[in-house]
Design a binder for this molecule. Structure first.
Ligand SMILES: [Mg+2]
Length: 264
């Protein structure tokens, strides 16, 4: 019964549900289990590809839920593996070939090249290269030509977004857009969104309850509007421990604590 969901949680991975350094999520397990007991859904929302997210989603026992991948450019459907249709990605690559030169995307690099660029292992770089919806890369051309490149990209219906490190081209869609789309599928239940970095800000602002997970290593999160009214809160603990802290607070606030604690 999708219309009886008490809560739908949307969560970033790196620095939020996964520890910034170890990529572990064990400290969040009690909160994940509590959400399971009340029948709440958990949707992962990340810059990772479907190939990267699928094994993490399985390890968290969240295969029944969709995941937002490639920063909102696409969705990994429930119960599916990591290798899906790459038609959108091939369209983006074709559009790129018609633009002024200077952009070097993951698709221009070997897995070894992506590993060197990102610090990922070769296997992880292969999963990061298995793209379906967006192309991250670096501007290697003359800096004075970057603006003209972005204008040409926009003119060919590509969306260009500068993240912490990579300039990413897509056909559009943000984590916030996908959150709204997925919440509609489940009958618009109450939503919680958790993240640690500026690219999560829109999603956090669009949820009923937003949580900024403390991350001393990330660029500082600007003060968001909902913080004054306490609709958006900040955790004191970083990563999965902060995640658990916030989820238990929200379950308490929504009067779901008793149900969350029951073992029946
Ligand atoms: Mg993050």
């Amino acid at each position: 019964m999708t219309d009886s969901l008490p809560l739908l949680v949307f969560s970033d991975l790196d620095g939020t549900l996964l520890d910034h350094d170890t990529y572990e999520f064990a400290p969040a397990l009690p909160a994940l289990r509590a959400l399971g007991r009340v029948g709440a859904g958990v949707v992962l929302a990340t810059s990772k590809t479907a190939a990267e997210v699928a094994p993490i989603r399985s390890a968290m026992a969240l295969d029944a839920w969709p995941a937002i991948v490639e920063n909102g450019a696409g969705i990994l459907e429930p119960g599916t593996g990591g290798t899906g249709d790459d038609g959108t990605y091939r369209k983006i690559r074709a559009k790129l070939r018609a633009l002024p030169p200077g952009f070097e995307g993951f698709g221009d690099l070997t897995a070894t090249g992506v590993a060197a660029l990102t610090g990922l292992s070769l296997e992880a770089a292969q999963a990061a290269k298995a793209r379906q919806f967006s192309e991250p890369g670096l501007w290697k051309g003359d800096p004075s030509r970057l603006d003209a490149f972005i204008q040409a990209a926009l003119a060919s219906d590509l969306h260009a977004r500068q993240g912490g490190r990579f300039l990413t081209l897509s056909m559009g869609g943000t984590k916030a857009d996908r959150m709204i789309e997925i919440a509609e599928r489940y009958g618009k239940p109450a939503t919680v969104a958790l993240g640690d970095a500026p690219n999560d800000a829109e999603m956090i602002a669009a949820a009923h309850h937003g949580v900024i997970v403390c991350n001393p290593q990330a660029p500082p999160m600007p003060l968001l509007d909902g913080e004054k009214a306490n609709r958006i809160t900040r955790t004191t603990l970083p990563g999965p421990a902060g995640w658990a802290e916030a989820i238990f607070d929200i379950l308490e606030m929504l009067g779901l604590s008793k149900e969350a604690a029951s073992h029946g």
